[in-house]
Design a protein around this ligand. Sequence first.
Ligand code: GTP
Ligand code: MG
Ligand code: ZN
Length: 356
Amino acid sequence: MMNLEILGFDEYFRASLEAEKLEYSSPARVVTMSREQYVVSCGKLDIPAEITGKLRFSATGPEDIPTVGDWVYAQIFDQGDFAVIHGIIPRRNYLRRKMAGKKVDHQIIGANIDTAFLVQSLDHDYNLRRLERYLVAILDASIEPVVLLSKEDLLSDKELAQKQEEIRSLMPDIDIVSFSSLDNESVEKVRKKMSPGKTYCLLGSSGVGKTTLLNRLTGEGTFRTKEVRKSDSRGRHTTTRRQLITLPDGAILMDNPGMREFANIGVSDGIDRTFEDISQMAGQCRFSDCTHTGEKGCAILSALGSGEISRERYENFMKIKRESAFHEMSYLEKRRRDKQFGKMCKEIMKHRKDKK
Ligand SMILES: Nc1nc2c(ncn2[C@@H]2O[C@H](COP(=O)(O)OP(=O)(O)OP(=O)(O)O)[C@@H](O)[C@H]2O)c(=O)[nH]1
Ligand SMILES: [Mg+2]
Ligand SMILES: [Zn+2]
């Protein structure tokens, strides 16, 4: 088991292992995947793997398919030439987002993450509203967020302090680390946030310097990075697949392709923490179902009126709320199209008619 612990295996996962499955398989961690091709590791070797047909066809959503960071039951053949994945060992958590351009579908970004590094670069990428969206998703998944402000070499100390202040006014307790990958000493600030056997994930737009940081942390230039377009400082999705990399000092880091868009789904718990002050005010509205749009006795509108919360922050709060309601609705719509669910609905309706 020693090797598994190096990869982050702990009591939490051990406690839910099923003895029967261990007769033909052993725990392994998904280190990368691309379409249906997986690579798993049990600490020593990286083994190419596939999931069983049963696992694929019984999946009712993206949650049921193994993702990077997952612990799985892997049956290993030929001393590690190949493996078959039979199932997912229950996750500690997983991070997901709404898929760009699609109505209902969402994507699982990674599983079993201890800390999410939310990377924004201090150039054109910096955007407080986007940061807020990431924060909601991270908190919603019960993952600890740390904000990494990259490319600090591009800003004056004064500008930097102001940006940090902005973020703190959003979430007073948030851990913020600014750094520049051009400066070894500042990269150490990031390294200090990491412990052996814990899993960290790099999130943020393309071109913010996620892979450059990873290369500094590994001390090798192994992973591909690319010049961003000067005009808008956007990268061109240099990293194309997620992967877990074990750093020399034992922390496990997940690099991700940059995300152009990060939309929230099913935000409930997360929204309350990112907008803690506004959410608390909602409890003081006269009506419990207050929509905060024009009701008498609305505590949020009155705080807006007095300047206690800014218009911008109010609007962002309302936007995230609307989106969340919309996604929950489309999820229901999808469920209705699902055969079993549809059948059940029909039966319930028939039963009601019979009673009349
Ligand atoms: N000035 C400056 N440039 C940086 C810094 N870190 C990274 N860069 C540059 O930013 C560009 C993009 O870096 P990447 O590491 O490829 O960005 P990424 O976030 O991995 O991008 P994707 O893989 O597309 O998601 C490269 O040209 C880097 O040299 C930094 O600290 N300061
Ligand atoms: Mg990259
Ligand atoms: Zn209200």
